[in-house]
Design a protein around this ligand. Structure first.
Ligand SMILES: [Zn+2]
Length: 326
């Protein structure tokens, strides 16, 4: 009986026979590395694409969203900890749904895409890959919602079947990643670049936590890095922290802190900067970066108005608005 090394994520867990990696669900079964949650989702929901959040990818489509137990991060403020910080056998809800069935159920529900989300889909990689292949063959899009803590080789391969990604950039600070997420920054930056290089439509989310990562100088460095490495047209979502899990000692992010972060990122040169999960905030809308025309008006996850032309431009100045609009 031999140990196996999991080469999926930067942890590189060396797993003794019968044991699991740090994510709890990738186990050494007789010298073979097996993801125990393959075909066994613990969460299934139909969400609007705006909830992923994706603001520049096939607006308004319903998305068949799945997750299994397990995660390769251990964020102190995890919103889905009952799912992510457990192994498959610890879940009360454990369905059986093979990749073909996911696609069939998505189509039955009139969804136009499948999203791999909630916990980090990196840990159920094989299930994502097989489902995404079949979903694409059936004409559905594939959406990856991730913290991006994955090695380059498996990610590059997966990008071949992905259409869009919302990737968290939790802070532009390695110390923050180590303290709050039990991860490191550089692999996440690499994963962002890889997805961009592979042509996956990419939006970035930064959860702003009071006192921990709301420093405007750091936010400016993050915005500059995004501009230099992903492009100024990359949408960035600042979202509001709510006290959760092991981080109940901090208050929700004040809206002004989100507004300050947004102003800093816009000033640094990013063109599409959003404030997420603050209902009715005007920064949930899309504006033309050239002339300020209101292009998409949103309330929550609902699109109230949509003015981008069929060829993806501002109706007033004809500026090309990046995204997948059909
Ligand atoms: Zn315009």
């Amino acid at each position: 009986m031999t140990e196996v090394t999991c080469e999926l994520c930067p942890r590189g867990c060396v797993i003794p026979p019968g044991a699991a990696g740090d994510c709890r669900i990738r186990v050494n079964l007789d010298g073979r590395l097996v993801a125990t949650t393959y075909g066994r989702p613990s969460a299934i929901h139909i969400d609007p694409v705006e909830k992923k959040p994706l603001n520049h990818f096939r607006p308004r489509i319903p998305v068949f969203s799945i997750a299994t137990a397990g995660c390769n991060l251990h964020c102190l403020n995890c919103q889905n900890w009952q799912l992510s910080q457990r192994g498959g056998e610890e879940m009360e809800v454990l369905l059986h749904m093979e990749p073909d069935e996911v696609v069939a159920n998505a189509q039955k529900a009139d969804c136009k895409a499948v999203a791999y989300t909630y916990s980090d889909p990196i840990v159920f990689y094989e299930y994502v890959y097989d489902t995404a292949e079949r979903a694409r063959a059936a004409g559905l899009s594939n959406i990856f919602v991730t913290a991006g803590y994955i090695n380059e080789r498996p990610l590059r391969e997966l990008c071949g079947v992905l259409d869009a990604s919302n990737t968290d950039l939790k802070a532009f600070d390695d110390g923050f990643y180590r303290r709050i997420n039990s991860a490191t920054l550089q692999p996440v930056l690499d994963a962002l670049v890889t997805q961009r290089e592979e042509g996956v439509w990419l939006e970035v989310t930064n959860l702003v936590i009071p006192t921990l990562n709301d420093d405007l100088a750091m936010i400016r460095r993050m915005a500059k890095w995004i501009i230099d490495n992903l492009g100024e047209e990359t949408p960035l979502h600042f979202s509001q922290f709510t006290p959760m899990y092991r981080m109940r000692n901090l208050p929700p992010t004040p809206v002004t802190a989100l507004e300050n972060a947004r102003a800093e990122a816009l000033d640094a040169g990013l063109q599409y900067v959003y404030i997420g999960n603050v209902f009715g905030h005007p920064a949930a809308n899309t504006y033309c970066p050239r002339d300020g025309t209101l292009l998409v008006k949103r309330s929550g996850f609902h699109v109230d108005e949509f003015h981008i032309t069929p060829d993806g431009r501002c109706p007033v100045c004809r500026e090309k608005i990046p995204g997948v609009w059909q």
